[in-house]
Design a binder for this molecule. Structure first.
Ligand code: PLP
Length: 456
C-alpha cells in the first residue's frame, strides 16, 4: 500500500524536530521524504528517482541494498538481537568486530577499540579517554583540548566544545572549559595572503604550537582534527600539515586524536584519512561508514601507547567509567562485520580514489564555467563546491542567499540529491558509485548551475 503522502508531510510538520533545523521553518517547508533506496539510488515518497549524492549522510558507503549486510543483520536478529558489553559480559559479534578492526588498523598500531553508537559518541569517548590517560600517567593537569576552526566533531558537550563552527555552539553555551581553537590551513580562505600550500601548512602548524606553548604544554591533553574537514566545507589540508602536527604533538607530549567519522573506511581514497598524510594518531574516532549506515555504530580506536597505560594500571584508576547500553550492539556489529569484509574484498578505498579522481577532474571546470562557483575541493568521494557572491575577492554567498538552495532544488528535480551546508554544496555519494553514475551526477549538477545562472 502506498503511503498517504499528504498525511506524511502533515505528520512530519507536526511531530518531528529535525537536527540542525528550526522546528517552525520545517512546518512551513516540508522536507524531502525518502521512501526507498537501492544501490546508489533513492526514491522519494512521490516515486521520484534520484542519485544519492549525499550517501545517506556520508554513511551509506556500500549503497542502499547491500545483500550481505542485510543478511548479516537478519541472521543476527535471529541469533541474538541484543546484549550488552558492560563489565563481566560480552558477545560474539563484538569480539569478532573488535578483532577485525584492530587487524585492519595494524599499520595504525591500534591496540583496542571501544564501541558506541555514533560519531558524537566516538568523539566523546576519545576526549574522555585522553584525559584519563594523562591522569594515569601522573599528569592530571593535562585536561585541555585544542582543535581547528571549521572542524566538526558532533554534538555532545565535549565534541560541541571542540567544534570549530560557532553556529553549532551558541544555543548551548557555556560549554566545556579548556577548549581552544586555532586556524585551519585553508588555502581558499586564509588571512595570511598565501596560495602556497607548504607555507600555509607551516604557518598553521606554528599557530598550533604557539597555542600549546601559550596554554602550557603540561596542561594540554590532546589536539583533535579531521584528516579532511567534512561538514566545515570539505577542506583538504596541505600535505605538509599533518606530519608537522604530529611532530608538534610529539614535541610537547600532546595526544593526537583523528576524527575519522567521515574519512574512515575509504571515503577519501585511503582506508583511513590519516594514511593520506602518512601520519599515525593516538586515538581515532570512527562511525558512519563502519556499518555503511545500516545500523548506528561508533568506535573509538585506541593506539597501543594509550592502551598500554590502561592495561598496565594496577591502581584501578584505569577503569573506563564510560559506555552506553547499546555500545557494540550485536546487530550493528554484524552489519559492520559484513561491511568491513566487503570494504577489503572490493578494495573500496582504491575504487573511491579512482572514481573520485574522475569526479574531481570533471568538477574542476566548474570554477571557470559558473559565475557562482568560487572553489571546488575534496579528495576521493568527498567534494565541496563553494558558492560565491564575489569570485575575485572570494566572498561566499551570504547566509540569506537562496542560490545554494536553488541549485539543490534544480538538482533534485533532475534526479540528484545533494546537501547544502552554508555556501557549500557537498557531495558524498556511496563509495560503490560507478564512473557512469559519477558522470550522471556531474551532468545533473552542470545543468542545475546553468539553470540557476540563467534565472533572473
Ligand atoms: C567528523 C565528524 N565527527 C563527528 C560527527 C558526529 O557523528 P554523529 O552525527 O554520528 O554523532 C560527524 C557527523 O557528521 C562528523 O562529520
Amino acid at each position: 500500500m502506498s503511503p498517504d503522502r499528504d498525511a506524511l508531510r502533515r505528520d512530519n510538520a507536526q511531530y518531528i524536530w529535525h537536527p540542525m533545523a528550526h522546528p517552525g521553518a520545517m512546518k512551513k517547508n516540508a522536507p524531502d521524504i525518502v521512501a526507498r533506496g537501492e544501490g546508489c539510488w533513492i526514491w522519494d515518497v512521490d516515486g521520484h528517482k534520484m542519485l544519492d549524492g549525499v550517501g545517506g549522510l556520508w554513511a551509506s558507503n556500500l549503497g542502499h541494498s547491500n545483500r550481505r549486510v542485510r543478511d548479516a543483520i537478519v541472521a543476527q536478529l535471529d541469533e541474538l538481537p541484543f546484549y550488552n558489553v558492560f563489565r563481566g559480559t560480552s558477545h560474539v559479534r563484538a569480539i569478532e568486530l573488535s578483532t577485525r578492526l584492530v587487524q585492519m588498523m595494524a599499520p595504525e598500531q591500534v591496540g583496542a577499540v571501544m564501541f558506541s553508537t555514533g560519531g558524537s559518541d566516538a568523539v566523546e569517548g576519545a576526549l574522555k579517554l585522553a584525559r584519563q590517560y594523562w591522569k594515569l600517567r601522573g599528569q592530571a593537569d593535562r585536561t585541555k583540548f585544542i582543535s581547528l576552526r571549521q572542524g566538526y566533531h558532533g554534538v555532545h558537550f565535549g565534541g560541541m566544545s571542540v567544534n570549530g563552527n560557532t553556529n553549532f555552539r551558541r544555543a548551548y553555551e557555556p560549554l566545556l572549559p579548556g577548549c581552544f581553537h586555532v586556524d585551519t590551513p585553508w588555502l581558499y580562505h586564509n588571512p595570511y595572503g598565501t596560495d602556497d600550500p607548504a607555507q600555509l601548512a607551516r604557518i598553521c602548524a606554528d599557530l598550533l604550537e604557539r597555542e600549546i606553548v601559550f596554554q602550557g604544554p603540561d596542561t594540554v591533553a590532546a589536539f583533535i582534527a579531521e584528516p579532511i574537514q567534512g561538514a566545515g566545507g570539505v577542506i583538504v589540508p596541505p600535505a605538509e600539515y599533518w606530519p608537522l602536527v604530529r611532530q608538534i604533538c610529539d614535541r610537547h607530549g600532546v595526544l593526537l586524536i583523528a576524527d575519522e567519522v567521515v574519512t574512515g573506511f575509504g571515503r577519501a581514497g585511503t582506508l583511513f584519512g590519516t594514511r593520506l598524510w602518512g601520519v599515525n594518531a593516538d586515538i581515532w574516532c570512527l562511525a558512519k561508514g563502519i556499518s555503511s549506515g545500516y545500523v548506528p555504530l561508533g568506535a573509538t580506536a585506541i593506539g597501543r601507547k594509550v592502551a598500554e597505560a590502561f592495561d598496565t594500571d594496577a591502581s584501578g584508576a584505569a577503569t573506563v567509567t564510560h559506555g552506553y547500553t547499546y555500545s557494540a550492539h550485536p546487530v550493528a556489529a554484524a552489519a559492520a562485520l559484513a561491511t568491513l569484509e566487503q570494504i577489503e574484498e572490493l578494495d573500496i578505498p582504491g575504487h573511491a580514489a579512482r572514481v573520485g579522481a574522475h569526479l574531481h577532474a570533471r568538477l574542476a571546470g566548474f570554477v571557470d564555467r559558473f559565475r557562482v562557483v568560487g572553489d571546488v575541493r575534496g579528495r576521493g568521494l568527498m567534494a565541496g563546491l563553494e558558492m560565491v557572491a564575489d569570485k575575485a575577492r572570494r566572498i561566499p554567498v551570504p547566509r540569506t542567499s537562496d542560490v545554494p538552495s536553488r541549485v539543490a532544488r534544480e538538482a533534485y528535480r533532475r534526479g540528484l540529491m545533494v546537501r547544502i551546508s552554508g555556501p557549500n554544496l557537498i557531495l558524498s555519494p556511496p563509495l560503490v558509485i560507478t564512473l557512469e553514475e559519477v558522470d550522471t551526477m556531474v551532468d545533473v549538477l552542470e545543468a542545475s548551475f546553468a539553470a540557476v545562472e540563467a534565472q533572473p
